[in-house]
Structures are given as C-alpha cells and as structure tokens.
Design a protein around this ligand. Structure first.
Ligand code: ADP
Ligand code: 5GP
Length: 218
C-alpha cells in the first residue's frame, strides 16, 4: 500500500501532539514527522526527538535550498516540515503524521501532496485554556496570544477532510486510528490491486471448474 501524509492541526493546546505521539506508539505503520523550528526548546524537549532546533539563519538557508515541503511563521518563530523527514518515513513503509499549523496545511493542499487532513477541536473554550495553562510551557502573554489565535483558527476546521473533538484522549486517538484504517483501503492507494484482483479472479474461475460440490452434477 502506498503510504500517505496525515496532517493533524488544532489550535495550540488542542492535543494534536499528544494524539500524534500516541498514534506512533500504537501503530507500526505510522511515523512522526519531526519538524524544524527556530523556537527555543521547552524543558524536556530533545533535539531530533521533538524538533530539530535551528538558528534562524540556518532555517532560512534551508528554505532557500528548497529543503522544506512547507514552512510557516507562528508566534514569531519559524516552523517547517523537511522533505527528508517524509522521505525517511515513507521509505520505511509508514504513513507520515505531521503536527502542523493551518498555514502549513494550506500549503500542502496547494502543492498536491495528497495529504489526509484532520482538524482536532477542543471540547470547549474553557478546557482549551485549562490544558494550555496546565501544560505550563508559555508565559501569560504568550498564552493570551495563543488563545486569541486559537479563536480564529477554529473557524478553518471546515477546510479539512475530517474533524474530531478531543474530549476523551483515548476516544480521539481511536477516531484518528479509524481514519487511517479507512484511508488505507482507498482504491488509489492499493498499488498491487490489479494483480491481486487478477489472481483472485483466476482462483474463483478454477473453483467454478473444479470444486466437487459445484461440479457434482456435470
Ligand atoms: P498541541 O500539540 O495541540 O498544542 P498538546 O498535545 O501539547 O497540544 O496538549 C496540550 C495539553 O493538553 C498537554 O498538557 C496534554 O497532555 C493535554 N491533553 C491533550 N489531550 C487531552 C485530553 N483529551 N484530556 C486532557 N488533557 C489533554
Ligand atoms: P509549538 O510551539 O506549540 O510546538 O507549535 C506551535 C505551532 O506550530 C503548532 O500549531 C504546531 O502544530 C505548529 N507547527 C509545528 N511544526 C510545524 C511545521 O513543521 N510546520 C508548520 N506549518 N507548523 C508547525
């Protein structure tokens, strides 16, 4: 089966990173696309695991070199998906999960990457604010900016292929899991379908000629 790109977007704090990490843990056929960013690492974030942390001039050098499938500015920092990441994941036969913002998803849509796009909504405004506060990664000012931005981003959910609500985490992961299952069965992704169908057709024809119960009266 031809692996595909799965985009997960949500307002900051919506839970896309948590869902993406859980999917990678649960499924062998999914790989997490590690983005490059100019933002400083948060406590506990490790180079090459959560992000590739790059100085701005190095990030822009890679933009000029065409190394990014998409990139965008968010909260004064640059974020981007490296083409090499997707190649690495697809070469291993896995679907690539991209935890990216709305601008990145729009760029992918424009360049014909054939990505499956899922928008993750918080169950309520209060729970979004509460989760962001509890994550304890932003200053009060950055929190306000992220929430202001979230209010606008939510309206873009209708541009995506699927919308899920991240109320119970396990249920949300299950729903994305089901989307991956369904998308995996799409006819155009089944690279060996014609050969499989020919073989099965021949096998059924053989049964018609040779099965004892079918041929009992002839
Ligand atoms: P995002 O990547 O969209 O900014 P995160 O995945 O970092 O969001 O989630 C924000 C915070 O909310 C994290 O602390 C995470 O553990 C928590 N969280 C995510 N999903 C749920 C959920 N369904 N219920 C409760 N807390 C959640
Ligand atoms: P954070 O600073 O919370 O890790 O990420 C901020 C925002 O940047 C989130 O909406 C996240 O999805 C987005 N983001 C992370 N990596 C990328 C990327 O490679 N490309 C784009 N366009 N956005 C990204």
């Amino acid at each position: 089966m031809t692996p595909f790109i799965l985009v997960l977007s949500s307002p900051s704090g919506g839970g896309k990173t948590t869902i993406a990490r859980q999917l990678v843990t649960n499924r062998r056929d999914v790989g997490y696309s590690i983005s490059a960013t100019t933002r400083a690492p948060r406590p506990g974030e490790r180079e090459g695991e959560h992000y590739y942390f790059l100085p701005r001039d190095e990030f822009m050098r890679r933009v000029s070199a065409g190394a990014f499938l998409e990139w965008a500015e968010y909260g004064g920092n640059l974020y981007g998906t490296l083409r090499g990441e997707i190649e690495r994941i697809h070469a291993a036969g896995r679907h690539a999960v991209l935890d990216i913002d709305l601008q990145g998803a729009r760029q992918l849509r424009g360049n014909g990457a054939g990505a499956v796009e899922v928008f993750v909504l918080p169950p309520s405004g209060a729970s979004l604010a509460e989760r962001l506060v509890r994550r304890n990664t932003e200053t009060a000012e950055a929190l306000r900016r992220r929430l202001d931005r979230a209010a606008d981003e939510i309206l873009a959910a209708g541009e995506y292929d699927y919308v899920i609500v991240n109320d119970d985490l396990e249920h949300a992961v299950q729903q994305v899991d089901s989307i991956i299952e369904a998308e995996s069965r799409r006819v155009h992704r089944l690279a060996h379908l014609p050969e499989t169908l020919q073989e099965l057709r021949q096998a059924v024809e053989t049964e018609a000629r040779t099965h004892p119960s079918v041929n009992a009266g002839s």
